[in-house]
Design a protein around this ligand. Structure first.
Ligand code: FAD
Length: 556
């Protein structure tokens, strides 16, 4: 048995799995997420008893090729940072596959059409791919599975992206997803696979068969995809791939005390040199890291320490949040929109593009908010509480812009952008679902001060404010003009004035949410478009009346 794969060097790996017999027929391993060798049951099954395995990744031009009309460098669907992260992950997977006697075959086109063409051309008898609950993949997989069943091809599509199968949890709950984390935990219990060690490493893979006339390429570079004029220093410091994921995981869990004492709400969102959390989310998103393996490693650490934190705040608890959102998302029709979504409160959000663009382009005039948005553009990753702050600010905290608009911006720019988690958290932060205490609003000024009184995070991501004295760093518009001049940053010229006054805007948001909640309660959630329109009109009239009253007071 060969031990050529680099994983075998790591001390905490489970025993090596034998590869398949080299007789049998041809299998196709379709990689989409799950870009890894370790704990990959689809790859394991594809290899078992197969004469050859075709490991395929299909580049969907829609996802990868430049769209010059998009608001940031990237394709129609994804920002350049995530595209690059994906390409790096593919390069890494190709290298690991080569060490195991195989290689990654890259094809281009509409994925289901390409896969069906390959199934025919290569006379495939077994098609394997990781099960995916995202609506995009459910639709794609149906087309491919339909073809496979008519052609008599065996399909193996195991659940290995999440700890649990959302279908099982929903079934246990009588056909509906649990809507609270605690009820999810009760239903979920221990994952069934956790009683024995996972299969972590492969000694070799069956060879790739003859590819015939199919057009195969290597992993393209971003330049080869057509990206030319982008700022290299705007790119994320996080490198894609399974090797990097396992290295990061090892670093995180080697500090047992840190793992044992991890408490999510206590982390510092402004820590950027050494982030307060693992930054494993982009690796989990693309499946460069198996969430099950992460879970197993954390459980192993817990066994060796006297005491450790528990869900929801523990590190293992974070992974369970991930599964919670996957389960609710899978069991909720229209989960990614307000309309027709039974778990989402109907709220008369505005669709003010000017405010949205100011937020998106880091021009709100609130340095804490703008610095986070710059980190999003440049790194594609921010700390969880930083995400809280900007999502709250855009929606229920200050600007009252529809959560779907903010979701779209995150979906494009995050390197860990994840359909279930992103939508779930946007509903949470906008008080549309899961969390309803709309009177608790993050202050864009005082919240960050307690973590970072000197404003180092702001100075780093907004260098225009780097010389602003610390007492004004979060409210630079209050600095006397002489101070602004000395700091070479005149507010209104070099850095914007605040787009709204937080005090009055947040009061206004609370009032609107109060009325919207009352309407949702009165109509038992059955709020129509017409009802929302009427509420919007009423809120505007109330606001006008209030300003008239204020004006009258002033003029006596
Ligand atoms: P750690 O704290 O180290 O946690 C380990 C893992 O647990 C994470 O990698 C992630 O997979 C999971 N996890 C942690 N927090 C959450 C959570 N609240 N919900 C679900 N899973 C969680 N996370 C994404 O992966 N993709 C997204 O698109 C995404 N969008 C978000 C949008 C908003 C508005 C908010 C408030 C949060 C969003 N999150 C998203 C959740 C969370 O912020 C990130 O998962 C986390 O910050 C990633 O950093 P980490 O890997 O260092 O997390």
């Amino acid at each position: 048995m060969r031990f050529s794969h680099s994983l075998s060097k790591t001390p905490f790996l489970a025993p090596i799995m034998a590869s398949g017999l080299e007789s049998g027929s041809a299998s196709l391993m379709w990689f989409r997420k799950g870009l890894r060798i370790h704990d990959n049951p689809a790859l394991e099954y594809a290899s078992r008893g197969s004469k050859c395995v075709y490991p395929v990744f299909v580049i969907d031009p829609h996802y990868m090729e430049p769209d010059p009309t998009a608001f940031s460098p990237g394709s129609t669907l994804a920002g350049l940072n995530r595209i690059r992260f994906l390409l790096e992950s593919l390069v890494d997977l190709d290298l690991s596959s080569k060490r195991l006697g195989s290689k990654l075959l890259i094809l281009k086109g509409e994925p289901s059409e390409v896969v069906i063409r390959c199934l025919k051309e290569w006379d495939i008898k077994k098609l394997c791919f990781e099960y995916d609950t995202d609506p995009y993949y459910l639709a794609l997989d149906k087309k491919v599975k339909d073809y496979a069943s008519t052609a008599g091809i065996e399909v193996f599509s195991p659940v290995s992206h999440t700890l649990f199968n959302p279908v099982d949890i929903i079934q246990k709950n009588g056909g509906r997803p649990p809507l609270s984390y605690q009820s999810f935990l009760k239903l979920a219990g221990q994952p069934s696979w956790a009683s024995s060690p996972l299969s972590i490493s492969i000694s070799s893979l069956p060879p790739v068969g003859d590819v015939g006339s199919c057009e195969i390429t290597g992993v393209p570079t971003v330049e080869e995809l057509g990206y030319r004029d982008y700022e290299k220093d705007e790119l994320t410091p996080f490198r894609g791939g399974e090797s990097e994921a396992l290295k990061r995981l090892r670093e995180s869990i080697s500090n047992k005390e840190w793992v044992a004492n991890f408490e999510k709400p206590k982390g510092d969102p402004s820590a950027y040199v050494n982030p307060a959390t693992t930054v494993l989310s982009p690796y989990l998103k693309f499946g460069c890291l198996s969430s099950r393996y992460f879970y197993q490693c954390l459980s192993d650490v817990y066994k060796t320490v006297k005491k450790h934190t528990s869900p929801p705040v523990s590190l293992l608890g974070q992974l369970l949040w991930r599964d919670f959102f996957y389960t609710v998302a899978f069991g909720t029709p229209n989960f990614d929109q307000m309309k027709g979504n039974r778990i989402c409160k109907q709220i008369p959000w505005n669709t003010d593009d000017e405010l949205l663009v100011a937020w998106r382009e880091a021009r709100t005039g609130y340095p804490w908010i703008d610095a986070i948005m710059v980190q999003l553009h440049k790194w594609g990753w921010m700390h969880h509480l930083a995400r809280h702050c900007v999502a709250c600010f855009l929606t229920r905290g200050d600007l009252f812009v529809h959560w779907e608009k903010g979701r779209d911006v995150f979906e494009r720019l995050l390197i860990d952008s994840d359909w279930a988690i992103n939508n779930g958290n946007w509903m949470w932060l906008s008080c549309s679902s899961f969390f309803y205490q709309y009177n608790r609003i993050y202050s864009p000024v005082s919240f960050a001060k307690k973590f970072d009184p000197n404003g180092n995070y702001v100075r780093h991501f907004l260098p225009v404010l780097k010389d602003m004295p610390k007492q004004y760093i979060y409210e630079p518009w209050t600095a006397p003009l002489s101070v602004q001049s000395k700091a070479k940053c005149i507010i209104g010229r070099d850095y914007p004035k605040p787009v709204v006054s937080h005090d009055s805007a947040s009061k206004e948001c609370k009032r609107k949410l109060g009325e919207a909640y009352a309407l949702n309660q009165k109509l038992n959630g059955q709020v129509s478009e017409e009802d929302l329109k009427n509420l919007r009109r009423k809120l505007e009239e109330d606001k006008e009346q209030e300003s008239r009253r204020q004006r009258q007071k002033l003029t006596g």
